[in-house]
Structure formats: structure tokens, C-alpha cells
Design a protein around this ligand. Structure first.
Ligand code: VAH
Length: 313
């Protein structure tokens, strides 16, 4: 039985649907601090659950006989800079609660999301390796690096079966991102379809690692289904799909919406983006659990525009 904590977020919403397809509706419980109005959450068990409340998590696990927990609740990079104390409390204490429940054998398996935000200014910018310098300069990146260290510690010292992926920026249309720096790559599609123009909060030449949500959700389920001994990295795995700049994304959109125009007004998120890699080396994930991406730039842009044109207009 599976519990998703933070199920109403950008990843959680699609992960809920995918896990229900994989394991059956009655075996997947969605939870979040409040229920979103997304239809997904009327189709199966939903619990209002604060990820910072260990007793509440334990009660939910016992109520539904949960074996696997996907802990998707967190404050993302831009929001975390504005609320550092809350971000540290939510991002870290929720992880400790779930790791301790696994240590106490109350749950059997944990998925925890990390991010390319664990890399910093002096990490190699191109094809950033699985193991390299990691000096994140954002509250979010610091919390994700610390979380990775604790995941590996609980695996090595307490035998906890926790698995983790360093997500790049994720692009999706079913649920909006919340407070990230890569969110421009989602907002741009909504504006392109609805208004035909977009003002981007990053410079036109800011290259960042990105991925279409379907690939990220498949990677999440694949790593959780991999044999334990093949998951050799117990901090978190690099995965990659594509990298592009806002200029390149705008040009790809113009292939579908010729009159689309873009303007640039970099804000405080530019500093966050400048501290992150441009591209990621994910050969370790491919070697260990056969990871590979499927959506390239054209397929991703086509999916986003055709679905948003149906949903929004
Ligand atoms: C963010 N979407 O922008 C998240 C992610 C790599 C980016 O961590 O904060």
C-alpha cells in the first residue's frame, strides 16, 4: 500500500494517477496539507496530513497499512528563499519523520525527491557528474543536500530502503509548479496559448536542465521498483533529458505558435538559476537501473501546447 505525502503538488498530482494505474486505486492513498480541487483527488482515498507532524503520518500509515511512502512535500527554490525557517522545517523534519518510521520498521520503503539544486556555482556546469563538488547557495538546495546525506546515512546505518532522484526542472500541464525557478518553462506555455506573449523572469541565455513530467514520473516508479541491490547510490541519482535556454524554448514554441513573442525581465530568481548546472550526466542511473529519457524538445513542446490548447481555450 502506497502513501503519497504532498500529493497535490506539481509532481504529486501526476504521481498519484500513475501509482494508481500501477498498483490499483485501493492501494494508493493521497495526502496533503489541504485538498486541491483537482479531480484526481476525488477518485480515491485522500487524507489531510501535515508532513511536519510525525504522529499524524504514523496514524495514517497504520490506518491504511501503508508499506511505501513517497514524500513529495517541500518548499521549492524561490519560495524557500522568502521563508527559510519554514522551508528548513518542512523540507527536513518531514524527511526525518519518514526515515525514522522506516528505521522503526513501521514502513518498508521510502521515495524522497532531491534536485539539481544540490549543485552550486563551483560544480562543473556542463554534464555535471553524479559525484562532484556540491556547495548549494540556496535554502532549498542546502535542504536537499542535507536530505541526501541523511538518506544515505539511514540506509548505511539503519538499513532503511530509501531511494532518491535529483529532478531537473519539470514541465507539465496537469498541475502547476509552485514557487520554483524553472517555473518559467511552464508559465511560458500557458501565456503562449492564452495571450501569445510572455515576459520571462530569467535572461534569454540561461540554460537549465529540464524534463517532461511523464519521464520524471516513470523514473520515480522505475527506481522504486528496481531490485534493492541495483540501487547502489543511496544519496540521490542524477537524471537528465534536455537542456535549453528561454530563447531556445521560445523558438520551439514559435514552430507551433508563429506569432508568439517573448520579453525578458530577470528578477531575483536569476541568481538562483545562475548557481545551477546547465546540463547533467545521468550515466550512473542508466547503468544501475536502466534509466533513459523519452521526451525530447519537440515532443515536450507539442504535448504542452496541444494539451493546454484543449484545456485553456
Ligand atoms: C525549482 N522546480 O525550480 C524546482 C526544481 C531544479 C528545479 O528544484 O525550485
Amino acid at each position: 500500500k502506497v502513501l503519497i505525502i504532498g500529493a497535490c503538488g506539481q509532481i504529486g498530482t501526476e504521481l498519484t494517477t500513475a501509482l494508481r494505474k500501477t498498483y490499483g486505486f485501493s492501494n494508493v492513498v493521497a495526502s496533503d496539507i489541504r485538498k486541491s480541487d483537482n479531480e484526481v483527488f476525488n477518485q480515491g482515498a485522500f487524507e489531510v496530513l501535515d508532513a511536519r507532524d510525525k504522529d499524524a503520518i504514523k496514524a495514517c500509515v497504520e490506518k491504511y497499512a501503508i508499506t511505501d511512502v513517497y514524500l513529495m512535500a517541500a518548499l521549492l527554490s524561490a519560495t524557500a528563499e522568502k521563508q527559510p525557517d519554514f522551508a528548513w522545517d518542512l523540507n527536513m523534519n518531514s524527511l526525518f519523520h519518514v526515515l525514522n518510521l522506516a528505521k522503526e520498521k513501521v514502513i518498508q520503503k521510502v521515495f524522497w525527491p532531491s534536485s539539481i539544486a544540490v549543485f552550486g556555482e563551483n560544480s562543473p556546469k556542463k554534464n555535471t557528474p553524479q559525484h562532484t563538488i556540491m556547495e548549494p547557495s540556496t535554502v532549498y538546495g542546502i535542504s536537499k543536500l542535507a536530505g541526501e546525506r541523511w538518506c544515505e546515512y539511514y540506509h548505511k546505518n539503519h538499513g532503511v530502503d530509501v531511494r532518491s532522484i535529483r529532478y531537473p526542472g519539470l514541465i507539465s500541464w496537469k498541475a502547476n509548479p509552485g514557487g520554483g525557478t524553472t517555473d518559467y518553462a511552464v508559465e511560458i506555455f500557458h501565456e503562449a496559448v492564452q495571450k501569445g506573449s510572455y515576459t520571462c523572469f530569467l535572461r534569454e541565455d540561461t540554460s537549465l536542465p529540464m524534463m517532461f513530467m511523464d519521464d520524471a514520473v516513470r523514473a520515480t516508479i522505475d527506481i522504486m521498483n528496481a531490485d534493492a541491490e541495483s540501487v547502489k547510490v543511496r544519496s540521490s541519482y542524477n537524471i537528465a533529458a534536455l537542456s535549453f535556454t528561454p530563447k531556445e524554448l521560445a523558438e520551439a514554441i514559435q514552430e507551433f505558435i508563429p506569432n508568439f513573442t517573448i520579453a525578458y525581465a530577470p528578477d531575483s530568481r536569476q541568481k538562483i538559476a545562475d548557481s545551477w548546472p546547465e546540463s547533467i550526466d545521468d550515466t550512473t542511473a542508466t547503468t544501475d537501473w536502466n534509466w533513459s529519457h523519452t521526451f525530447d524538445m519537440k515532443a515536450m513542446v507539442s504535448e504542452m501546447i496541444t494539451n493546454l490548447q484543449r484545456e485553456l481555450v
